[in-house]
Design a protein around this ligand. Structure first.
Ligand code: NDP
Length: 434
């Protein structure tokens, strides 16, 4: 706490993990002897850099860039880049820490990292976004590479940004390699990567529902927050699995559509012209728009899938969800629930799927993109989607097995932390103190 005192998000993520891995550490005295916990929370490398670029008016703009290379015990560093004004060292460190355990849970050989910038792309032209991405990569390129560190997308870093970043990497390094994932299909991307986090979230939820409650999405009312990459494809898969999704939101507010969200309209607004979700209510009769994104948690539902950002569900929102009959919360966003919210889910017996397990589908398919780049071939959509489904089902099974082993049967949070941690810890012990 002394060393990272000004980093509340990072400390929140570490506390949650440390509480649940206590039984694992007790069962493995070699972890303490080898200083595994102390080493686990100290990133191997924190890179902070200036990003200077020229806007459309000819003015020089300066942003701050980050890459936190957290842990490389089980593979090259891997994790997304986020461009958002709320990006700080604490946010990047919490995301990087979570990424270490998440990547381990996928079963693929990937270490953990995260990066980004406080750059706000809202209102910026395409040319400005390109120049920012080029300036960002001009520094980042010296720290990454297919065998070192493979960044991907996150909030406000989608196909367009990855394209500009990849172009600059290739130009400076004079090398065509899979140094980024989430690439376009014409230049080394994987089919099903765009859909992977949202689809994976639903595969995870469906498997957990099936195993723990003998139930499914069929006929359920679902609240989804956000309207970005994760939210859109979570909505698509939940609808395919027979659920009715009744909300979508952005940082301004949310829409409630009692007939079920029309995803063609959301896609047209968000992917078509980067518009605001309030437009939905102007275009779909019977839908309501409400200012304030937090209100989305007051909409009655059976299943909630938070897919926007960290700490978007606080204690009060969790009480509202549970009070209105919500029985399942699975996290598409990273750390969307505050500790108070998690305590409420646990008190109410909610089936709670934590982010590092439930949203691991994105990085899992990024890992599959790396494999395809190495082989220099492309798998079909069905092949990738099938592997994604298997990975998500294994994450549920492995989490439940670990929970049982450590005496907390049915606890998906403890199980995910324990299973993800054990593999990394064993690798760290095997590789000696470094
Ligand atoms: P996008 O940029 O595509 O979408 C983000 C969505 O969340 C937008 O609707 C955005 O609204 C909303 N949002 C962002 N900040 C806030 C806020 N402070 N309050 C309310 N709404 C907000 O990002 P993604 O869909 O990729 O990411 C969403 C979450 O999922 C993040 O937590 C990310 O870390 C996590 N995630 C993403 C993965 C991926 O593969 N993309 C993989 C694993 C996790 P607005 O447009 O108004 O900003």
């Amino acid at each position: 706490e002394g060393r990272d005192g000004g980093q509340p998000e990072f400390l929140q993520a570490v506390r949650e993990v440390f509480e649940s891995i206590e039984p694992v550490v007790e069962a493995h005295p070699e972890y303490e002897k080898n200083g595994v916990l102390e080493r686990l929370i100290e990133p191997e490398r924190v890179i902070k850099f200036r990003v200077a670029w020229v806007d459309d008016e000819g003015r020089v703009q300066v942003n701050r860039g980050y890459r936190v290379q957290f842990n490389s015990a089980i593979g090259p560093y891997k994790g997304g880049l986020r461009f958002h004004p709320t990006v700080t060292e604490s946010v990047v460190k919490f995301l990087g820490f979570e990424q270490v355990l998440k990547n381990s849970l996928t079963g693929l050989p990937m270490g953990g990292a995260k990066g980004g910038s406080d750059f706000d792309p809202r209102g910026r032209s395409d040319g400005e976004v390109m120049r920012f991405c080029q300036a960002f990569m001009t520094e980042l390129q010296r720290h990454i590479g297919q065998f070192t560190d493979v960044p991907a997308g996150d909030i406000n870093v989608g196909g367009r940004e990855i394209g500009y970043l990849f172009g600059q990497y290739k130009r400076i390094r004079n090398e065509y390699s899979g140094a980024l994932s989430g690439k376009g299909l014409d230049y080394g991307g994987s089919l099903a990567r765009t859909e992977a986090t949202g689809y994976g979230l639903c595969y995870y939820t469906q498997a957990a529902l099936n195993t723990l409650r003998n139930d499914s999405f069929e006929g359920k009312t679902v609240v989804v927050s956000g309207s970005g990459n994760v939210a859109i494809f979570a909505t698509e898969k939940a609808q395919e699995l027979g659920a009715k999704v009744v909300t979508a939101s952005d940082s301004d507010g949310y829409v409630y559509d009692p007939e079920g969200i029309r995803l063609d309209v959301v896609k047209d607004i968000k992917l078509g012209h980067r518009g605001r979700i309030r437009e939905y209510a102007d275009r779909v009769p019977g839908a309501e728009y409400h200012e304030g994104s937090k209100g989305v948690w007051t909409v009655p539902c059976d299943i909630a899938l938070p897919c926007a950002t960290q700490n978007e569900v606080d204690g009060e929102s969790a009480e509202a969800l549970v009070g209105n009959g919500c029985k399942v919360v699975c996290e598409g966003a990273n750390m969307p629930s505050t500790p108070e919210a998690i305590a409420t889910y646990q008190r109410a017996g909610v089936l709670y799927g934590p982010a590092k397990a439930a949203n691991a589908g994105g990085v899992a398919v990024s890992g599959l993109e790396m494999s395809q780049n190495s082989y220099r071939l492309s798998w079909t959509f069905e092949e990738v989607d099938g592997k994604l489904k298997n990975i998500m089902e294994s994450i549920v099974a492995n989490s439940l097995a670990a929970a049982k082993e450590y005496g907390h049967e049915g606890d998906l949070m403890l199980g995910a932390n324990a299973a993800g941690f054990a593999k990394v810890a064993n690798a760290m012990v095997a590789q000696g103190v470094c």
